[in-house]
Structures are given as structure tokens and as C-alpha cells.
Design a protein around this ligand. Structure first.
Ligand code: FAD
Length: 471
């Protein structure tokens, strides 16, 4: 490999959703782009995150469907589980998507380098190891998209046998009979829900006063009730201090409380930025005390020719689609085009637990904290005909609007849903919040019948002052 410095319009470090989106979007605008990846393009999302986790949640969904088949008059016999088949299917899905993505990048003539990269001064990126070790690529602009890795907890050494992070969990071929999930956020609740639906006895241990902190309280209640009904034990507001393995199990110690004795401990306590070793001397990039890269609303770091996107950026939600959106902002800024920054208060959130959760905008509590007077309407899924047809009636749609001087509902501030397929229904709520629609404007639009999305439509009608089924 030549030691000549390779020149590009944009050099991107990291090929996860942030990095590959920037590469595809930049290349389609005619930029000469290099993408450096130490592992596989697709990143956490495709190989160790969103896609594998959802495949397993779909396995759980299939099992639930079969278990309820007799209510439709369908006989199935006893349900058996061979989780290694689901694992193999997950790998097939991931491989197909990985091949598709690699082909897309190639088709757009993105130069891919394999290895671990470090940004040095003057936008020179050096590849330190891997197949392309020794290559130096200089970008007129550089985008940092190195992503994140699972956080761990003191007292819980990850061994891949008893203590697992999401990385090891998503590679399991068999499921444990019992598990403690430490952390009741989105990932923790998805894992707890999946495990429980697959027959594992699950305890969720959460340090904050509630699971799904940051979600609207109504939505948290729906998930909490469902977890309780299914036998998932949730212990919130607890501090775990360590664990003591014995005879194929381990006792997780909870400060001031009983131990939880389980086969496996799954850590779901957040993700830290992968910024160690990423920056050499003289880059001018600011990194905060927690290791996140500081970027402004154009995704520019303290060095105006270096951008950061995705999970590595400070104070932004760690979501794949946020990385996509930030990639577009960074590339448009590089191109000198007008750009609308990502409005982090109004990005869509989707949690694929059973029941699912989806939301956008302010919760009722957050709206009040910000000084809004609000009008709130909610409608449970119980009265929805499609929900009755599919036999999944647990859940609610809740919409929060700003209260006008005359007491009626004005601009929609937040849409919060828990229930069947709400992750696929959030789109309309997302548009309503981001288009800054009023209750009447959004209520004037029709939802198809019979559909789960009618519950959203019904809630809007009620919010606008006159509901059909909701008062
Ligand atoms: P990453 O996806 O982490 O990619 C970074 C890439 O950079 C990696 O491929 C890494 O190998 C590479 N890299 C790092 N350092 C270097 C270097 N120095 N040189 C070269 N390459 C480097 N988000 C959602 O929106 N929806 C979900 O349903 C969802 N579910 C999730 C479930 C789980 C279990 C997990 C763990 C995460 C989930 N996420 C979900 C979060 C989502 O995966 C991340 O937000 C997303 O992957 C972040 O994208 P990124 O490009 O910033 O970083």
C-alpha cells in the first residue's frame, strides 16, 4: 500500500448508521467520499443492536401468536422453541442487509478502508491496523461517526457466560431459564419482554424510580401492568452492588434488599462513546468529560472542518435514525446548502417491547415543567375494532396540546402511544408534532377503518373538542 496521502472531499470514520448514511448521501451529491470501518459496515445497529434485537422480538411475537392460535380455532399442538434457529435466522437477515449495504456503498463509488482510524491534525486520518493499515486519507472535511459501546457496571465483569451486555446477549443460541436485566430503559425492557415471552423468568432491576424513565407516565403504566401480568418482576429505585456465582447460577446483590438468584445477568445500563484513541494531537475537536464529542446544530465540532454524528455526539438521543438525520445535516452543511437542524425534542422514539411504545414530542409532565398549560386526551385501544380483531387490546394513545386562552386545544406538543404495532403508527403523530399542527388541523385528516390508527384519529377528534367515541 502506498504511503501517499489519499485526498477526498469527505473522510468518514465509522460505518454505522451515521457514517454509512453520510457516505451514501454525500456520494449521491457527487462528493468523493472515503469510509473507514474497523469491523463491518452497518455498525451497532445492524450487527449488535436494532436489527438483531427486533428479530428476537419478532420470534417472541410468533410464539405469542401461536400460543393464542386456539382462540381463532387453529390447532397447533404444543409449542416448542429452538432458539438456535432464531439465532441463525437473525444472522441471515443481518447478512442480507449487510450485503445490500456493502453493494450500495460500492455502487455509489464510496472508497471503503478496513481498519481502526485516528484523526490527526489538518484532517489527516491514519489507519492504524486492519487490512488497510498505513493508509493516510486527508479529507477537506472529516466526519466522526465512531458510535458507542455498551456500558458496564462495577461488580459485574462481563464474561459472556453469566454476565452479558447486549453484544453477547444477541449472540445466544439458547435462552436461560432465569435472568436479571439490569437497567429498565428501552433496551432493557425490550430484552425483558422478549425473554419473558420466550419462557424465561425475568427480574428487571432499575436504579431510577421507574422503568422507561423519560416516557409519559401513562405509557409507563401500560408497560408496567403488562409486565406484571406476565410475571416479569420489576424492582425500580434499587442499587445493585455485585453478584456471587454459585452452582450454575448467580446471586445479584441489591442494596438493602433480597438477592436475585438467576442463571444470567444482562447489563442494559446505557452506552458510552467510542472515542478512546479516535483523536490524535492538534485536531481541535472538543470532547466532554464523559468522552462524547461536542458538536453544534450543524454537527460541526470545535474544528469547523470536522463534523460528528450519531451516538458519539454529546447530549443527543442514541438512535439510529437520529444518526441518519445528523448525517444529512452534516453533508448539507459541507455542501453549503440551507439546512434544518435536527430538533432533538421532536424525534420519533420506538420501543419494540410487548406492548410496544412509540412517542414524539413532550410528555405531559415535561410540557408542564416548561410552563405550558395543556389539554390532554387519551383513548385506550380496547374500543378499537382492529385491536379486538387481532386480540391485542392493551394500550393507549395520549395526545398533549397547548391550551389556548379560550381553554381549547391548540398546537400539538406530544403524541404518546403504547399498544399493538404503535411503532408502525407513530408516523402520523410525528408529522403532527413536527408540522406544528393544531388539534383541529390534525383531526380533519381521516384514518382508514378498521385500523389501529383510528385510536390516534379518535383521540385527535376528542382533543379538537368533539369525539365520536371518546368524550
Ligand atoms: P455505531 O452503530 O456504533 O457504528 C459505529 C461504527 O464505527 C462501528 O461499526 C465501529 O466498528 C466503527 N468504528 C468505531 N471506531 C472506529 C475507528 N476508530 N475506526 C474505524 N471504525 C470505527 N436505535 C434505534 O433507532 N432503534 C432501535 O430499535 C434500536 N435498538 C437498539 C438495540 C440495541 C440492543 C442496541 C445496542 C442499540 C439499539 N439502537 C437502536 C441504537 C442504535 O444501534 C445506535 O443509535 C446506532 O447504531 C448508532 O449509530 P452510529 O453510526 O453512531 O454508531
Amino acid at each position: 500500500m502506498t504511503n501517499e496521502v489519499q485526498l477526498f472531499d469527505v473522510v468518514i470514520i465509522g460505518g454505522g448508521p451515521g457514517g454509512y448514511a453520510a457516505a451514501l448521501y454525500g456520494a449521491s451529491a457527487g462528493l468523493n467520499v472515503a469510509l473507514i470501518e474497523r469491523d463491518k459496515v452497518g455498525g451497532t445497529c445492524l450487527h449488535r443492536g436494532c436489527v438483531p434485537a427486533k428479530e428476537f422480538l419478532e420470534t417472541a411475537h410468533v410464539r405469542r401468536t401461536i400460543e393464542h392460535a386456539s382462540t381463532f380455532g387453529i390447532g397447533t399442538g404444543a409449542v416448542s422453541v429452538d432458539f438456535s434457529v432464531s439465532q441463525a435466522r437473525k444472522n441471515e437477515v443481518v447478512d442480507k442487509l449487510h450485503k445490500g449495504l456493502s453493494g450500495l456503498l460500492k455502487g455509489r463509488k464510496v472508497t471503503i478502508y478496513e481498519g481502526t482510524a485516528r484523526l490527526d491534525a489538518d484532517q489527516v486520518v491514519r489507519i492504524l491496523d486492519g487490512a488497510d493499515a498505513g493508509v493516510e486519507a486527508k479529507g477537506t472535511n472529516v466526519i466522526l461517526a465512531a458510535g458507542s459501546v455498551p456500558r458496564t457496571l462495577p461488580g459485574f465483569d462481563v464474561d459472556g457466560q453469566i454476565v452479558l451486555t447486549s453484544d453477547e446477549f444477541l449472540d445466544l443460541d439458547t435462552l436461560p431459564a432465569s435472568a436479571a436485566v439490569i437497567g429498565g430503559g428501552a433496551i432493557g425492557c425490550e430484552f425483558a419482554s422478549m425473554l419473558s415471552d420466550m419462557g424465561t423468568a425475568v427480574t428487571v432491576l432499575e436504579g431510577l424510580p421507574t422503568i422507561l424513565a423519560g416516557c409519559d407516565s401513562e405509557v409507563v403504566s401500560v408497560v408496567g401492568r403488562s409486565f406484571k401480568k406476565r410475571g416479569i418482576e420489576v424492582r425500580a429505585g434499587v442499587n445493585v452492588t455485585g453478584h456471587t456465582p454459585a452452582k450454575g447460577k448467580t446471586a445479584v446483590h441489591v442494596e438493602g434488599g433480597d438477592d436475585v438468584v438467576v442463571e444470567v445477568v444482562v447489563l442494559a445500563v446505557g452506552r458510552r462513546p467510542r472515542s478512546e484513541g479516535l483523536l490524535g494531537d492538534g485536531t481541535g475537536v472538543e470532547v466532554n468529560e464523559r468522552g462524547f464529542v461536542v458538536a453544534n446544530s450543524s454537527m460541526r465540532t470545535a474544528n469547523p472542518n470536522v463534523y460528528a454524528i450519531g451516538d458519539i455526539v454529546a447530549n443527543t438521543p442514541q438512535l439510529a435514525h437520529v444518526g441518519f438525520a445528523e448525517a444529512i445535516v452534516a453533508i448539507k452543511t459541507i455542501l453549503g446548502e440551507p439546512v434544518v437542524p435536527v430538533d432533538y425534542d421532536r424525534v420519533p422514539w420506538a420501543i419494540y417491547s410487548n406492548p410496544e411504545v412509540a412517542f414524539v414530542g413532550l410528555t405531559e409532565a415535561a410540557a408542564k415543567e416548561r410552563g405550558y398549560e395543556v389539554v390532554v386526551k387519551k383513548d385506550p385501544f380496547g374500543g378499537n375494532s382492529r385491536a379486538q380483531i387481532i386480540g391485542e387490546t392493551e394500550g393507549v394513545v395520549k395526545i398533549i396540546a397547548e391550551k389556548r386562552a379560550d381553554g381549547t386545544a391548540g398546537q400539538i406538543l406530544g403524541v404518546h402511544m403504547a399498544g399493538p404495532w404503535v411503532t408502525e403508527q407513530l408516523g402520523a403523530g410525528y408529522y403532527a408534532v413536527n408540522w406544528e399542527a393544531t388539534a383541529e388541523e390534525a383531526a380533519a385528516l381521516i384514518q382508514p377503518h378498521p385500523s389501529l390508527s383510528e385510536t390516534f384519529g379518535e383521540t385527535l377528534l376528542a382533543l379538537a373538542g368533539r369525539g365520536l367515541h371518546v368524550g
